[in-house]
Write a protein that binds this ligand. Structure first.
Ligand code: 5GP
Length: 200
């Protein structure tokens, strides 16, 4: 049994770009009042429809590099800006540490939607974190989804697919693998893994 003041855990949803991580996370959050989404920092440009502080904390490359330099020079991990960070497709992405810590100590679970290198860093720092790899039913379907969402230019899509092929080789390193062939079925798998307090 976990009382209201017990510390929360970290649930990492990872997997290739276009696999449906964002949609799955949004649906998980909707139905789970004890789950908090970590809002990442990134140096990539804002897409149409995105909002600073909502989708990401948008930073310049220089500001992001200053956070990395600070953390590299800081021996105490409790003073780090970032819990993990990675370079993906030419941009920096990272998880702000303080917000995650605050949510955990309030007894909430934290959901991280991040790429694979960052996910493996989280496991090194928090061995109790649960890492979930969302796999596409196939690479052709992944390509179809990436092109279908229409948010990236062709060259960007090619690069994301190239990274995806590499990410697929890392699957075995995660605690769970859920194939997103059918959204509702995949969501059910995730709900088995991430605890949801039943309504009073
Ligand atoms: P996008 O540019 O499509 O928003 O994100 C690109 C990739 O970066 C996605 O796989 C996304 O999950 C990942 N990502 C987003 N935030 C973070 C983060 O804080 N850390 C890491 N390592 N990856 C992230």
């Amino acid at each position: 049994m976990s009382g209201p003041m017990s510390r929360g855990n970290i649930y990492v949803v990872t997997g290739p770009s276009g696999v449906g991580k964002g949609t799955l996370c949004a649906l998980l959050l909707e139905a789970n009042p004890a789950l908090r989404l970590s809002i990442s920092a990134t140096s990539r440009g804002m897409r149409v429809g995105e909002q600073d502080g909502v989708n990401y904390h948008f930073k310049t490359k220089e500001a992001f590099e200053a956070m990395i330099a600070h953390d590299n020079a800081e021996p105490n991990p409790e003073k780090h800006h970032l819990l993990e960070w990675a370079e993906y497709n030419g941009n920096y992405y990272g998880t702000p540490r303080a917000a995650v810590e605050a949510a955990l100590s309030q007894g909430n679970h934290v959901l991280l939607e991040i790429e694979t290198q960052g996910a493996l860093q989280v496991k090194r720092k928090f061995p109790e974190a649960r890492l979930i790899f969302i796999a596409p039913p196939g690479m052709e379907e992944l390509e179809r989804r990436l092109r279908g969402r229409g948010t990236e230019a062709d060259a960007d899509i090619e690069n994301r697919l190239r990274i995806a092929r590499h990410e697929m080789t890392l699957q075995e390193q995660f605690d769970h693998i859920c194939t997103n062939a059918d959204l509702q079925a995949c969501l059910l798998d995730l709900r088995e893994i991430i605890p949801n307090p039943s309504p009073i």
